[in-house]
Ligand binder design. Structure first.
Ligand SMILES: Nc1nc2c(ncn2[C@@H]2O[C@H](COP(=O)(O)OP(=O)(O)OP(=O)(O)O)[C@@H](O)[C@H]2O)c(=O)[nH]1
Ligand SMILES: [Mg+2]
Length: 291
């Protein structure tokens, strides 16, 4: 089917053909896409352009990582989860970071106060959650010098908290995430909500307390993915324990089957005896008997 392309489209294509670096090419392709006809007959054309853009972004990202030397800008995940604060400038990202973590970073009276990722640790009922403020997102932020690096960090995190001063800004950030194929789950910051609670509820984690027989539960709790079992807990507590158990079992040695007692919503009554495959729930207290 013939495509009614138009002058803007032609100019953008020309710009693309002249472009040398991946960044220039990506910028030109964005124009090509914007100017390309948007009807059924041009779907294949548009999806082809988008695929090319995705490849260029990847290229820019890898280049950025190499250039940054991976020192101050690649962020090692620490704690049970890594959260990224992503939003427009002066939307309250640093304010939130300072409020909920141990970090005291500068709160701006001017735009673009935060110029590098700032990292803090949130202590949620004993579970450590890493929070990273990404410098402000602008339209086409991927074109900025560090854009690729920031995108790399964003793509790796477990949850995004999205900031914007109004609906338009929130949409701008959402579009940037979409254009750059960020698939991470996000929540939108709302100062009238308990954002920390909302973060926890969207992480798909549970916190589990251990306990020694006859004693109170231990603190801090340990974080696990939803769906984790007693076996997963045992593996963390006693690294050799599961292995030894399996070995003994294999040689038919006389072993007392290990078991656990659980208090919490995953069991029918407090202190119920359960096996290795028992699925844990948030706030469960577990006493493992392995001797
Ligand atoms: N819109 C908005 N502004 C806030 C909020 N909390 C604080 N501010 C004010 O907004 C200004 C910027 O706050 P920051 O927390 O530094 O904003 P930021 O998003 O980190 O900004 P940059 O680092 O410059 O991108 C300050 O004057 C704050 O007092 C909030 O929840 N919403
Ligand atoms: Mg800031």
């Amino acid at each position: 089917m013939p495509i009614n392309a138009g002058i803007a489209y032609g100019l953008a294509l020309e710009e693309y053909n002249r472009a040398k670096t991946p960044k220039e090419k990506l910028k030109a392709l964005q124009k090509v896409l914007a100017a390309s006809p948007n009807h059924k007959g041009s779907e294949r054309l548009r999806s082809g352009i988008k695929q090319k853009m995705a490849k260029l972004r990847e290229q820019i990202e890898t280049q950025g990582k190499k250039k940054g030397g991976g020192k101050s800008l690649s962020i090692k995940k620490e704690g049970a989860a890594q959260i990224c604060l992503v939003g427009t400038t002066q939307s309250g990202k640093s304010t939130f970071l300072n409020n909920v973590t141990n970090v005291k970073t500068e709160i701006g009276t001017h735009p673009f106060t935060t110029i590098k990722p700032e990292i803090g640790t949130l202590d949620y009922k004993g579970i450590k959650i890493q929070i990273v403020e990404i410098p402000a997102i602008t339209k086409d932020f991927i074109m900025q010098e560090k854009g690729g690096i920031y995108l790399g960090i964003i793509k790796q995190c477990d949850l995004i908290v999205l900031f914007g001063r109004d609906k338009n800004e929130v949409n701008l950030v959402l579009n940037e995430l979409k254009d750059n194929e960020v698939k991470v789950f996000y929540i939108i910051f709302d100062k009238n909500e308990n954002v920390v609670e909302k973060i926890w509820n969207n992480l798909r984690l549970i916190k589990v307390y251990t306990k020694q027989p006859g004693k109170e539960k231990d603190f801090p709790p340990i974080a696990f993915k939803k769906g984790s079992t007693i076996k997963n807990l045992a593996e963390i507590l006693h690294k050799d324990f599961v292995k030894k158990f399996n070995e003994k079992h294999k040689f038919n040695d006389k072993v007392i089957m290990p078991y656990a007692r659980v208090w919490g919503t995953s069991v029918k009554f407090p202190g119920q005896r359960v096996g290795f495959e028992h699925v844990l729930e948030d706030e469960d207290v577990v006493e493992i008997h392995n001797k």
